[in-house]
Design a protein around this ligand. Structure first.
Ligand SMILES: CC(C)(COP(=O)(O)OP(=O)(O)OC[C@H]1O[C@@H](n2cnc3c(N)ncnc32)[C@H](O)[C@@H]1OP(=O)(O)O)[C@@H](O)C(=O)NCCC(=O)NCCS
Length: 170
């Protein structure tokens, strides 16, 4: 049985693994190896994730994990508020071999509940890389609607990757 938890120290290694593997599986055809390596090292290292599971506030709601037989099979995070009533979803990955079983929806629901109940969110935004067909159909199925394009966060000198901003009312 799959259960959803607010992540703690015991989930750090599992979050790092699922996000790293998910990131590679999602972006190997879209981004250069160098960019993937840079992002994975910056965001999904154990030290950073440990900080992010032990400190949460309005701007960063912590990580939520989907756990099956003590193994992290999905992780999502952020739950951060970007203004009074607007929540942002920062991260969402499911074990690449476990997609389309409903796990992503369970994690998104937990983050959404937190944003609504703890932070009074009435809308939710997410950025998806242009061309990410492992992510875009999921958000559209969950009621997110495309709003506009913008330069991807973390573009290095000379990189011009584009992200799509999606929005839904809660
Ligand atoms: C995005 C992701 C987290 C979703 O988690 P998941 O467990 O696979 O998703 P779920 O099984 O909960 O839901 C999938 C939904 O997307 C829909 N979907 C999936 N692929 C689709 C497609 N090609 N066309 C139309 N709908 C599609 C399914 O129909 C389902 O909706 P439904 O329940 O209404 O039928 C996961 O697929 C993933 O890790 N993707 C790669 C990483 C990624 O892109 N993350 C987002 C970065 S911003």
């Amino acid at each position: 049985m799959i259960k959803i938890f607010k992540a703690d120290e015991s989930h750090v290694a599992g979050i790092a693994k699922v996000c790293t593997e998910g990131y590679w599986a999602t972006y190997q055809e879209l981004l250069t190896k160098e960019r993937i390596q840079r992002i994975v090292e910056e965001f999904y290292n154990h030290e950073r994730i440990l900080q992010e599971v032990t400190h949460s506030d309005r701007n960063w709601g912590g990580y939520f994990v989907a756990v099956e037989n003590n193994v992290v099979v999905g992780a999502g995070g952020g739950g951060g508020m970007i203004d009074e009533t607007t929540g942002e979803l920062y991260v969402l990955y499911v074990d690449p071999s476990r997609r389309n079983e409903g796990i992503g929806t369970m994690i998104l629901d937990a983050i959404t509940k937190q944003q609504k109940e703890e932070f009074n969110a009435t809308e939710q935004w997410v950025s998806v890389a242009k061309g990410n067909m492992k992510g875009i159909p999921f958000y559209e199925a969950r009621g997110f609607v495309f709003q506009h394009e913008r330069a991807s966060y973390g573009n290095a000198e000379g990189e011009d990757y584009v992200s799509l901003r999606y929005f839904r009312k809660l």
